[in-house]
Design a protein around this ligand. Structure first.
Ligand code: G16
Length: 555
């Protein structure tokens, strides 16, 4: 910082850092799949520094930036922080390394890194007071960590706008609203609920039920912010969709994501605790910050059926293809998945739906950017994280076509329906509740119950396991995480194991949100799939420095 004002600011930044938020942890932390995530007790100084970075980023972009305090699907004692860029997207990748640098530097070098960022990005407007939108989830550690972020913002001369407890996708939405000068919506909770529920009711019309579709769903709030906020949706929906809410324990109960929530249901492939077991009834779970959604049901024999992110993606992509064809407007549609996508879903999309599919590494940031290449891009991770994005020109094309008199009745109806459906979607990031409204809209339009949805294709049995290791960075990967580069020899071992299983597939990668290596396996039968997963996990445990015992297959 060159001038006197900046020197004074640097002194404030350093004084705060030394007195209130000294760096207490020696080992380095890195900006992972979704920001920094670790034990909450180790995060105060990181939060303060992310407050500083958010202001620098806002000055550089001359825009409002967001900071979300959450550890999403992780256990309650963890927490985390991520920055949100101007259009509500994840922080640009080239700045992730600055986040990591700023988080790990010693207190006395903080000023140097700040000066490097200013110099390299030629940030001139150091006296501007940009708005930084801050939100937090329901973790008991979130209020004090939020205060650290806000102190960082103030120390760097920014203006914190504290939205309190909100879902992650709500915060992304607020940032996009502010930077589009409200064109995307009102930057308030009220505005968010109104936008989504009004669009939903418009599309649904007066017939709440249709064919085999009934408008009641059992909802698992994961004892988190998704439980708190669904109440406002219920009011706004005014009976058009009846949401029976479960797992709404209060803050600090220790039950956040515990034996419930989207991550538990997906990775354990089990019905969560806390929900009544009513046969053939549509149920869904969100995760701790309500950015992931998973559907499931129990049949009359109490057998568990999972409809995960791949199912949601295929339902949405197939529906958009149908409606787009009806509009007669030429827009290209594509779907983005990760290596975790069930092989059967990819076959169904390419062979039956005939929609192009791209595969990218894990992390919404990768999927989102790839999806933006299509006029209409649907992206979903198998874990239930995803949304649909539209190019501005595509939206304009639809709106312009609707204004003309050149459309047939059917084309006009389809175009109008699509225009309203866009407003049900939170395009900024995966949003469990907006996705729920979209899925319910499509099931209603098709007149399907949950079994008809499931009948579209048959999943290959699959298994997710975690191996705890001393250092997860020993595993590096390539080819959208489908091949392992280090430790040397591990990929050959995996190939040899997989070769024993017909239609078997398995890959391993370090998690970016937990201290574990993730193992994915699929095969033709449940038995073979579990054996394959266990064998690969054993090999990872052996060659990548596993701690404790290798993981066991859940019952
Ligand atoms: C975050 C990311 C997701 C990713 C998930 C798991 O989700 O936003 O894109 O799939 O972490 O990542 P990993 O396998 O690297 O741990 P969330 O819902 O936890 O914020």
């Amino acid at each position: 910082m060159a001038n006197n004002d900046n020197k004074l600011r640097c002194r404030t930044v350093y004084a705060f850092a030394r007195e209130m938020y000294p760096k207490t942890v020696k080992c380095d932390i890195s900006y992972g799949t979704a920001g920094f995530r670790t034990r909450a007790t180790d995060l105060e100084y990181v939060m303060y520094r992310m407050g500083l970075l958010a202001v620098l980023r806002a000055r550089f972009k001359k825009a409002v930036i967001g900071v979300m305090i959450t550890a999403s699907h992780n256990p309650e004692p963890d927490n985390g922080v991520k920055l949100v860029d101007p259009m509500g997207e994840m922080l640009e990748q080239s700045w992730e390394k600055w986040a990591t640098k700023l988080a790990n530097v010693t207190d006395d070098k903080l000023e140097n890194v700040i000066n490097d960022i200013i110099k390299l990005h030629d940030i001139q407007n150091m006296n501007d007071r940009p708005e930084i939108v801050v939100g937090k989830d329901t973790r008991p550690s979130s209020p004090s960590l939020s205060k650290a972020v806000i102190d960082g913002i103030l120390a760097m001369g920014g203006k914190p706008i504290d939205y309190g407890i909100v879902t992650t996708p709500q915060l992304h939405y607020f940032v996009a609203c502010k930077n589009t000068h409200r064109a995307y919506g009102e930057p308030t909770e009220e505005g968010y609920y109104r936008k989504l529920t009004d669009a939903f009711k418009k599309v649904r019309g007066d017939n709440f039920n249709n064919g085999n579709y009934t408008n009641r769903i059992l909802y698992d709030g994961a004892n988190g912010v998704g439980a708190k906020k669904i109440k406002f949706f219920k009011e706004g929906l005014a009976g058009s969709l009846i949401i029976d809410m479960y797992n709404d324990e209060i803050i600090g109960s220790g039950k956040l994501n515990y034996l419930c929530g989207a991550d538990f249901v997906k990775s354990q492939q089990k019905f969560p605790t806390g929900l009544p077991q009513i046969p053939n009834t549509r149920c869904c779970s969100v995760d701790g910050d309500a950015d992931r959604l998973i559907y499931y049901y129990l049949d009359e024999n109490q057998k568990f059926h999972l409809l995960d992110g791949d199912r949601i993606a295929t339902l949405i992509a197939g529906f958009f293809k149908e409606v787009l064809e009806k509009t007669g407007i030429r827009l290209n549609l594509g779907l983005v998945q990760t290596a975790y996508a069930n092989g059967a879903s990819t076959t169904y999309i390419t062979k039956e739906l005939k929609i192009p599919v791209a595969c990218v590494p894990t992390g919404v940031k990768w999927l989102h950017h790839k999806a933006l290449e299509y006029d209409v891009g649907v992206y979903f991770e198998a874990n239930g994280h995803g949304t649909v994005v539209f190019k501005n020109e595509a939206k304009e094309k639809l709106r312009n076509a609707f204004q003309t008199n050149n459309l047939t009745r059917e084309q006009k109806d389809a175009t109008s329906r699509l225009i309203h459906i866009i407003d049900i979607i939170n395009e900024t990031v995966g949003d469990a509740i907006a996705d729920l409204l979209l899925v319910e809209t499509i099931l209603h339009a098709k007149g399907w119950d949950v079994r008809q949805w499931e009948e579209t294709y048959t999943d290959l049995p699959n298994r997710l396991l975690k191996v705890s290791v001393q250092d997860r960075t020993v595993i590096t990967t390539t080819d959208a995480e489908r091949k392992c580069v280090t430790p040397k020899g591990l990929q050959e071992e995996i190939d040899n194991i997989v070769a024993k299983y017909p239609k078997g597939r398995s890959f391993v990668r370090p998690s970016g949100t937990e201290d574990v290596i993730r193992i994915y396996a699929e095969a033709v039968t449940r038995r073979e799939c579990d054996k394959l997963a266990a064998e690969v996990a054993g090999k990872v445990h052996e060659l990548a420095g596993g701690t404790g015992n290798p993981p066991e297959i859940p019952n």
